[in-house]
Structures are given as C-alpha cells and as structure tokens.
Design a protein around this ligand. Structure first.
Ligand SMILES: C[S@@+](CC[C@H](N)C(=O)[O-])C[C@H]1O[C@@H](n2cnc3c(N)ncnc32)[C@H](O)[C@@H]1O
Length: 205
C-alpha cells in the first residue's frame, strides 16, 4: 500500500509531538492499563502493534515475560525508545497489516487506538490472528464514537492531517472484531480525550 493511503507520512511527522499531545490522556491510559493488567500473566510473550511512543508499553511490560513493541513509523519507534527502560522490551518497525513474524508466535497481541485509523483494519486482524497462538488474547483499546466527544478538537486534528477511516461505536467495533475469528471477552468503556475508549479484549477461537 502506498505511504499516503495509510497516512504514514503524517505519523512520521507527528512522532516528536505525540508524547506531549497524549499527556492529556495519562489518567485514561492508567485506568485502561488497570483493566488490561488483569488479563496478562508473567509467562506471556506479548506483541504490541502501533505502539506510538510507548503509552501502553512502559505501563504494562513489567507484567509479562517478554514485550515486543512495534510501529510502522520508524520515528515513533525512535521516540518510544527514549521514554523509558525495561529490560524485557524489544522494539521493532512492523506494519500491522503485513507482519514478519511466524504463525502462532505470541500469547497476546496489543493494538491500542490504531484499528480505526487504518484504511484496511481487516488485514491487521487477519495478521493478528495468524501470529497469535490458539486461544491467544487480542487487546485492542480503541477510541469510539459513543456519547459526547470533542468535535472541535477532532476537526482541528483533521486540519493538520490526522485521518480516521472508521468512526465505530463500541458495538460496531465488537462486531467487526468478532466477525474475524475472535470471541469477545470484555469491552469496558473508559473516559478519554477527544473520545472515550472501548477496551476491547477477545480470544482467538
Ligand atoms: C493514535 S496512535 C496510537 C499510539 C499508541 N498505541 C496509543 O494508544 O497512544 C496510532 C499509531 O498507529 C501507528 N500506525 C498506523 N497505521 C499502522 C500500521 N499499519 N501498522 C503499524 N502501525 C501503524 C501510527 O504510526 C501511530 O503511532
């Protein structure tokens, strides 16, 4: 897929600002990681896709055996590496829609706030299903369009090049994921900015 279609140039340009931009969601991220933590074990090998600058990475890697944090933007990965130090984190550049890992490689795949900004999230789900072990867990907290949200901030973000391809409500996100070979475990809602998050957790069948 060409770079512009997937909006990669925008994410590359925005990488150095992303950590500061997401500070407003510190409380929301801490709360959502509290939910996610309950589903992780110290034996888990985790693949994180679309890690940004490590918003979930550093909050959760200490809970598991090994955490591989990846993003398709090399600049995001560069920025993520600067944000902390955990012995069990390995970083890499990976496109979620065309992963380089073998089948059945991970116990858990985490993809936070990214399925909705991908033009072809179905390709990411099929890759996630492929690299997850049988019964493995998909953890996909995603901004959803339920309730009130900050339309002005979204409009301003779009003006500077941010694009969403799927304005899902929580129900639609759940239907989308379960139609690709996953069984829903939970889907709590957490207040965040500019949208609330559905902490979608599902098992590979
Ligand atoms: C809204 S940010 C989310 C970052 C972080 N996970 C968080 O929750 O704050 C979206 C991230 O998805 C990445 N991304 C977009 N499309 C991707 C793809 N096809 N493969 C891997 N990463 C992708 C972008 O580079 C960006 O870092």
């Amino acid at each position: 897929m060409d770079m512009d279609k997937s909006n990669k140039r925008f994410w590359e340009r925005f990488a150095f600002l992303y950590t500061g931009f997401m500070k407003k969601n510190d409380t929301a991220y801490t709360e959502l990681c509290g939910y996610i933590r309950k589903h992780l074990t110290h034996a888990d090998s985790v693949l994180e896709l679309a890690c940004g600058t490590g918003q979930l990475t550093y909050r959760l890697a200490g809970e598991v055996n090994a955490w591989t944090a990846t993003d398709f933007s090399p600049k995001m990965v560069e920025e993520a590496k600067k944000q902390g130090k955990e012995a069990n984190i390995e970083f890499g550049v990976e496109d979620a829609t065309a992963l380089t890992y073998n089948d059945d490689s991970f116990d858990v795949v985490v993809i936070a706030n990214a399925l909705h900004i991908m033009p072809e999230p179905d390709k990411a789900l099929s890759e996630i299903c492929r690299v997850l072990k049988q019964g493995g867990l998909l953890i996909a907290p995603t901004f959803v369009y339920d309730g009130n949200y900050n339309k002005l901030l979204i409009w301003m973000m779009e003006k500077v090049g941010f694009r969403t391809f799927h304005n899902w409500k929580a129900r639609e996100l759940k239907d989308f994921v379960t139609s690709y070979g996953f069984t829903l475990v939970s889907g709590e809602i957490v207040k965040a900015k500019p949208l609330d998050e559905c902490i979608l957790i599902a098992h590979k069948k």
